[in-house]
Design a protein around this ligand. Structure first.
Ligand code: ADP
Ligand code: ADP
Length: 214
């Protein structure tokens, strides 16, 4: 099974993707995490992406498409993958469709996680994450057992630079103008499932699992 999570920044895509991928045995492919790893490794792609990311703008479609198709075609993804944060524009979705058709694959369900802007802003400005294993926390909604430290590996948690309030509001504008049209795009293809993401994370997980079986 191949799945896709759609939703604004802060909707809980990363949180839910980790759970759903583990449960269904899928490879979790987060475009944001892959880009941050490229930046950390100071690759050419990482250097090209950094200014866009720091401004809350989207990295150009051709770079993202090539990067994600490379990951989708790797052997680890052959048992099924879960896309998180990609595609984010209609041209990315069209490019993905073409590549999937060419390789005889398809997306079985697109889960649209709906959360109002005010709530995602609260979530992003309190987000902390583990730079080592990627686990996501929130200082109020899902704090670690010991302040500032990852429960799983003991690494000091960090905040993303693009989670500052000014950049968050720009990312929301980008989401509404460039990414939200994908709701209609996948709706027309009959694969879209809508889930209320504003409730407790465990309830959201249960709704996503149910939606995948519909
Ligand atoms: P995204 O990948 O969509 O940007 P994240 O999974 O990183 O979203 O979640 C953003 C922030 O909101 C994190 O701090 C996370 O702990 C918190 N969060 C995620 N889901 C919920 C939820 N259902 N209720 C409250 N906070 C949540
Ligand atoms: P969030 O889910 O919290 O918005 P991500 O980690 O998915 O954040 O993305 C962080 C940044 O990486 C985005 O603001 C954007 O600059 C870049 N990015 C991630 N995915 C894509 C994509 N599919 N297309 C273009 N840019 C992307």
């Amino acid at each position: 099974m191949n799945l896709m999570l759609l939703g604004p920044p802060g909707a809980g895509k990363g949180t839910q993707a980790a759970r759903i991928a583990a449960d269904f045995g899928l490879l979790h492919l987060s475009s944001g995490d892959i880009l941050r790893a490229e930046r950390k490794g100071q690759t050419e792609l990482g250097r090209k992406a950094q200014d866009y990311m720091d401004r809350g703008a989207l990295v150009p479609d051709d770079l993202i498409l090539a990067m994600m198709v490379d990951h989708i075609n790797r052997p680890e993804a052959q048992k099924g993958f879960l896309l998180d944060g990609f595609p984010r524009t209609v041209p990315q979705a069209e490019g993905l469709d073409q590549r999937l058709v060419a390789s005889g694959k398809r997306i079985d369900a697109v889960i649209n996680i709906v959360v109002p802007d005010a709530e995602v802003t609260r979530r992003l400005t309190g987000r902390w994450s583990c730079p080592k294993d990627g686990r996501i926390y929130h200082e109020v909604f899902s704090p670690p057992a010991k302040i500032g430290v990852c429960d799983d590996c003991g690494t000091a948690l960090t905040r993303r630079k693009d989670d500052e309030p000014g950049v968050v509001s720009q990312r929301l504008v980008t989401y509404h103008t460039e990414t939200e049209p994908l709701v209609e795009y996948y709706g027309r293809r009959g694969v879209l499932r809508t889930v209320d993401g504003s409730v407790d994370a465990d309830v959201v997980t249960a709704s996503i699992k149910k939606a995948c079986k519909e």
